[in-house]
Design a binder for this molecule. Structure first.
Ligand code: AMO
Length: 434
């Protein structure tokens, strides 16, 4: 039986083994990716999260019980091996492993319910049904390693900006983005909802702590399945006092550029595994009216107060690898908390990256009377927002912020056509498990 405490101290990760380790004894563990039998030679490819190695069994040299076990073991079973590294020009990575012990820690049943090879053609819905197994695949691991770096880089960037990280309630008493798309919940004798965003809370916090950020889970009860919407998603939220929309658009541009740089620095192997070429995006500012004019010239339809999917794609054709900020957005197309700018315009914006909205934000209303009026215009009842409105009665500075979808950003950076590729366990109209 493998001593796990000892192993955790002695373990060598497969990706760290080089031809220079020739003759070295190593303890390794991982999943059996492939098995090949060539008469008196047995090859087995072992994988862990860092890489893989070819394990070679020779009928003449390898201990008979090990040679037998290598012939019996099933794909994706978990094995622990102690062995000697051998330099080999023919083996991938120029080295292979001659096993001296071979212990199967967990047998994978066969047949596997999905194909987990690097050339798998299993369709996404089936892969998601077996996500735990799908996660054995290199491409899938590369995706979530990169997504982890995206989250860490966001955290690092915000900390350097001097923002404080915050946690907000996920159960709320009234809508934060407008009346629709709310999941309701029973909160003792009261009716409650799952949070649509941390909008109202991050604003209240920014009015005292000045710069705040969160990675916050949101729930939207949108009934339609699309390739860009989830019913549970995560947002990078930022809010800043003494700022208008242009100040926070600049923060966003630098934030996304920082994240992309970090991914480029740390994930060249994962990016090539995914076949992705990534470059640090440029930045472009356009008013909504300018975009409307451009689209008219291009013959592309868009709404009076919203961009169409087609328009977002066109912006990417016109300005590739660019974060396109569309500002001076019509007031009617923005939520109740966005500051009006006059002439039917607002201080709200959207950011489009690689043909998709990744962020929306803007300057907020910090004036209680104006906020009450805007709530009424949007058909909402100011009485439901009393604590939020009154938070602006006692010294609330002008402030602005944004929310960026984690999965949308990952999806666009990695060129996925379906947002579900960027979520470990998606929640959509039909999917509640696993
Ligand atoms: P909004 O609703 O535009 O704004 O959301 C901000 C960003 O979050 C992502 N997003 C989604 N991703 C996947 N599935 C969904 N259903 C979904 N909904 C939103 C998008 C979007 O750009 N409180 C404001 C932000 C702010 O003004 O600070 C808000 O939630 O990338």
């Amino acid at each position: 039986m493998v001593d796990l405490q000892l192993f955790s101290k002695e373990r060598t990760y497969l990706g760290a083994i080089t031809p220079q380790d020739d003759g070295k004894s190593v303890s390794v563990a991982g999943w059996v990716y492939d098995i090949r039998e060539l008469g008196k030679i047995r090859f087995l490819v072992l994988r862990d999260t860092s890489g893989d190695i070819q394990v070679i069994g020779l009928k003449k040299e390898t201990a008979p019980e090990i040679f037998d076990a290598m012939g019996r073991v099933s794909r994706e079973s978990v094995v622990f091996i102690k062995g000697i590294v051998k330099k080999s020009e023919k083996a991938p990575g120029g080295r292979e492993l001659a096993p001296e012990t071979f212990e199967v820690l967990a047998v994978a049943e066969h047949p596997l319910p999905i194909d987990v090879s690097d050339f798998s053609k299993t369709e996404l819905p089936k892969r998601l049904d077996y996500r735990f197994l799908d996660l054995h695949r290199k491409k899938v691991q590369a995706t979530f390693k990169i997504e982890s770096t995206i989250m860490q880089a966001y955290h690092e960037f915000m900390t350097k900006e001097g923002a404080i990280e915050a946690q907000f309630p996920s159960i709320i008493g009234s809508s934060s983005e407008g009346g629709t798309e709310l999941f309701s919940a029973q909160y003792f004798e009261k009716k409650a909802f799952l949070s649509q965003s941390c909008q109202l809370y991050k604003q209240m916090l920014a009015c005292s702590m000045e710069k705040v950020f969160a990675l916050f889970t949101v729930w939207r009860a949108e009934k339609h399945n699309t390739v860009r919407h989830l019913n549970e998603s995560r947002q990078f939220d930022f809010e800043m006092a003494f700022a208008d929309e242009f100040v926070v658009m600049d923060v966003l541009a630098r934030c996304v550029q920082f994240i992309v740089k970090r991914v480029l620095e740390l994930h060249s192997k994962d990016l090539s595994e995914l076949g992705v070429t990534l470059i640090v995006p440029a930045v472009k500012y356009l008013t909504f009216a300018q975009v409307a004019e451009l689209m008219q010239k291009e013959g592309i339809h868009m709404g009076k107060d919203d961009l169409s999917g087609e328009a977002e794609k066109k912006l990417n054709d016109l300005f590739p690898d660019t974060i396109v900020f569309v500002h001076d957005w019509p007031l009617s197309g923005k939520p109740f908390y966005i500051m009006p700018k006059g002439d039917g315009l607002s201080r709200g914006f959207d950011a489009i990256y690689k043909g998709m909205e990744i962020t929306s934000g803007g300057q907020r209303i910090h004036l209680p009377e104006l906020l009450t009026e805007r709530l009424k215009v949007k058909g909402l009842n100011p009485a439901d927002f009393e604590s939020y409105i009154s938070s602006f009665r006692y010294g609330a500075p002008p402030h602005a912020g944004w929310g960026m979808g984690l999965e949308r950003l990952t999806m666009m950076m990695l060129g996925f056509s379906n947002i579900r590729e960027a979520v470990l366990f998606p929640r959509d109209r039909d999917r509640l498990t696993p």
